[in-house]
Design a protein around this ligand. Sequence first.
Ligand code: OKP
Ligand code: ZN
Length: 316
Amino acid sequence: MFVIFDPNHTEHSPSHEIYDGRQVNYAELPDRISSIVNALDANNIGTRISPELFVKSHTTSVHANDYVNFLRKTSDSINPDTTFFPSYYITDTYAPMTTGTYKAALGSVNIALTGAKMVASGEQLAYSLCRPPGHHAATRSMGGYCYLNNAAIAANYLSHHGRVAVLDIDYHHGNGTQEIFYERNDVLYVSLHAQPQSDYPYIAGYKNETGRGDGFGYNINYPLRQDTSRDEYIRALQVAIDDVNSFDPDYLVLSLGFDTYVGDPIAGFDLEIQDFRLIGALISELVYPTLLIQEGGYCVEDLGEIATNFLAGLTT
Ligand code: OKP
Ligand code: ZN
């Protein structure tokens, strides 16, 4: 398995986010990625490679030009060491920008596209260590630590080679990815997440959001109560996996969030570190060329161990 990694993500490092009107520590930390990379190294997992550069049109076929330009110009105008909260093209108070944000977001897209290209050319599995994450970024908006939708851009790239299923197992619903593919039937979106009645992003992720037009029936949400037990979670995951198999895609993109972990500081279901081995094993039943896209997961200390457990289940 190739692991695509780029240290340049550290240039995006906001000092805080705003929660309930108060400044709180930013949870989406650069150390998240080092935690995973260090654990992969220590366990000799995967072959680490650097991303290739891709032309901007891959990004602008998913995001509006004016939005991408806004990200670029805003990043250019921010003074180093300041954290700026844009007033436009943003859906909440969880997508602050620093001067390196645009560069890091584009870097994250290149990480995703490098993995997509490998999977399109015959690799069975690639792991794109994307940061910042992407699944809350919609056609013309940022939100929830996300600026450009890495998984959607990769899935759209792969859709030129065949039909694609996006399975999203981050704790939060990927409202951006859902929006981007809502009217398409060549990309299936299936998401397992905390119910939007109680959890971010609140505005999307409901059961009755099933797609529109050509996309009707190709968007599937499994909202779960915050107090969902491990066994209930595993049962729901099995149903989501069955949906992907019924669609029978040519490629699978997994939006891989580790914030379903019980120890996550901002989220979490009743899942222990070892449970990620079973989750990986269940997902390995999806025998399609698979691209793993890193989304959330905020318990920096345990992320590495969660990732190695997940990969052990997925690959053995
Ligand atoms: C991004 B991803 C806690 C409130 C922050 C925003 C969550 C964004 C999650 N300080 N809520 O899906 O992991
Ligand atoms: Zn999340």
